[in-house]
Ligand binder design. Structure first.
Ligand SMILES: [Mn+2]
Length: 409
C-alpha cells in the first residue's frame, strides 16, 4: 500500500488553510473512488495542519461533526514510507525447522522473532541459519569426526530453538523517524535488516538495505500557500503534486508539471468549491459548512476588499446546502472565535500570520478579523509590545498587524 497523500495549508494556519485542506482532501477522495479502475490501488488523501486549530475552526468542526485534521511536523520521507508492513514473525521458542518453513513458504529473507506476548525479541534470517549450518562443518576439525557426525549435528540444529541462532542486536526504528537518519544507521550496522517497532514494542515493519536504495518523496498537495517560507519543514524533500491557492505566485518549484490552480478570489475554499462544481460533485452538509466558514472568515463575511462576485456565488451555493442564511452563518463562525478582550495576546497577533521574504530579510504580516473593533484596539499597547518582542526574537525587518472589522449589515 502506498503512503497517503497529504493535503496541507500554511504554517500558523488560519481557518481557510485548514478548511480548504479538509474540503480538498474530501473532493480528491471522492474523485479517486469515482475514477477507480478495477484492480488498481485507490490513493488516499489526508488533510493535515501545521499548527493549532483557530478557535473558529474548532467551533465549526465540532458543530458539524468533522474530524480535526492531524498535525504534521514536516514532510521529510519517513521510515514508514519504505518499510514493509506486517512483517512475518516466529516465536523465540519455535524450532529452527519451523522458521525455515516460514521463510521458504513466503520466500522472504528474514523473520522477526517475538516473545510469547508478541513483543519484539530479535531477528532470524536465512543468512543466520546458513551460518549455523556452515558451522556444523567445524565438527570435522575435531578428532575422529566423520561426515556422519557433521550430518548428525545438522539434524540436531533443526531441533534447536530460534533464539539460539537469532540476532538480538538488530537496529530498531520508529515508523515516524526521518528516513535519512535511519538510512545512515542501517548503513552503519552489520545486518541487512532493521525492525520497526511501535510504542508497545510490537514489530510493525521491516526495512532492508534494498528498501532504502530508492529515496521516496512524500506526495503533498498545498492549499492556501505556495511559498517555501510558509510551508512545512522538508517541503524541498517532498513531491508537490498540486497547488490550490489565492495568493501571489512565489517560490515553490516542482520537477514535473502539476495542477496549479491559483485564482484572485477571497479564499482557497472558494476555489475548492468551484472544483467540486466542475467535477459535478456536491459536498455533503458538513463539508459545505467547513468550506463556507472559510470563505466567510477569509473575506470577513464578504466585506473584505478581496471578496469577489465569485465568492458571493460560492457562498450562496454552500449556504443552500447547509440550509442557513449566509450572514447568520458567518456571524456564528466569528462568534466561535470568542471575546477579543480575553484572547491570549499571541493568538490575537499571530494566529493568522505569514512570513514573507522581501529583499534582504523577512517580514511578518498578520491579520485579525473581529466583530468587536473597540475590544481589539483597547489592547493596542499590549499588541505593539508583543510585536516588538517578535521583531527582537525572530529578527523580522518589521511586523505588520491588520485589524479588520466584520460588520453585520
Ligand atoms: Mn486563504
Amino acid at each position: 500500500m502506498s503512503s497517503p497523500i497529504i493535503v496541507v495549508g500554511h504554517k500558523n494556519p488560519d481557518n481557510d488553510a485548514i478548511s480548504a485542506a479538509i474540503g480538498y482532501a474530501w473532493l480528491k477522495n471522492e474523485l479517486a473512488r469515482r475514477d477507480a479502475k478495477e484492480g488498481e490501488e485507490i490513493p488516499t488523501y489526508i488533510p493535515a495542519r501545521l499548527g493549532p486549530l483557530p478557535r473558529e475552526t474548532a467551533g465549526v468542526l465540532d458543530k458539524w461533526g468533522v474530524d480535526v485534521p492531524m498535525v504534521i511536523n514536516n514532510l521529510f520521507a519517513r521510515v514508514s514510507d519504505v518499510m514493509t508492513p506486517n512483517p512475518l514473525s516466529v516465536k523465540a521458542d519455535a524450532k529452527i525447522i519451523e522458521a525455515g518453513r516460514i521463510l521458504r513458504k513466503h520466500n522472504v529473507q528474514a523473520l522477526v522473532v517475538t516473545n510469547e506476548d508478541g513483543t519484539y525479541k530479535g531477528l532470524i534470517s536465512t543468512r543466520m541459519i546458513a551460518n549455523r549450518y556452515i558451522s556444523a562443518t567445524d565438527v570435522l576439525e575435531t578428532e575422529g569426526a566423520t561426515q556422519m557426525s557433521v550430518a548428525a549435528d545438522l539434524i540436531a540444529s533443526l531441533d534447536q530453538t530460534v533464539d539460539t541462532v537469532m540476532e538480538s542486536q538488530i537496529l530498531t526504528l520508529d515508523a515516524d523517524g526521518k528516513l535519512d537518519e535511519a538510512v545512515a544507521d542501517i548503513m552503519d550496522c552489520p545486518f541487512r535488516e532493521a525492525v520497526v517497532l511501535d510504542e508497545a514494542n510490537m514489530p510493525i515493519g521491516i526495512v532492508t538495505r534494498s528498501d532504502i536504495a530508492v529515496h521516496p518523496h512524500r506526495k503533498v498537495i498545498l492549499v492556501d500557500h505556495n511559498e517555501i517560507s510558509q510551508a512545512a519543514a522538508g517541503i524541498e524533500d517532498a513531491e508537490v503534486i498540486e497547488i490550490i491557492d489565492h495568493h501571489r505566485i512565489a517560490d515553490v518549484s516542482t520537477v514535473y508539471p502539476i495542477k496549479f490552480l491559483n485564482m484572485p478570489v477571497g479564499s482557497s475554499a472558494t476555489i475548492v468549491t468551484l472544483e467540486c462544481q466542475r467535477y459535478g460533485i456536491v459536498p455533503p452538509k458538513p463539508i459545505a459548512a467547513v468550506l463556507l466558514s472559510a470563505v466567510m472568515t477569509d473575506t470577513v463575511v464578504l466585506k473584505s476588499p478581496t471578496a469577489t462576485p465569485t465568492d458571493k456565488l460560492v457562498v450562496d451555493y454552500l449556504a443552500g446546502i447547509v440550509g442557513m442564511d449566509p450572514l447568520e452563518f458567518g456571524m456564528e463562525v466569528f462568534s466561535f472565535r470568542g471575546g477579543d478582550d480575553d484572547m491570549p495576546i499571541d493568538k490575537l497577533v499571530s494566529a493568522d500570520s505569514k512570513e514573507f521574504e522581501l529583499g534582504e530579510g523577512t517580514v511578518l504580516i498578520a491579520q485579525h478579523e473581529t466583530t468587536n473593533l473597540d475590544a481589539v484596539m483597547g489592547r493596542e499597547g499590549e499588541m505593539r509590545e508583543y510585536m516588538r518582542g517578535l521583531i527582537e526574537s525572530k529578527g523580522y525587518i518589521c511586523v505588520l498587524l491588520m485589524v479588520v472589522r466584520a460588520v453585520r449589515t
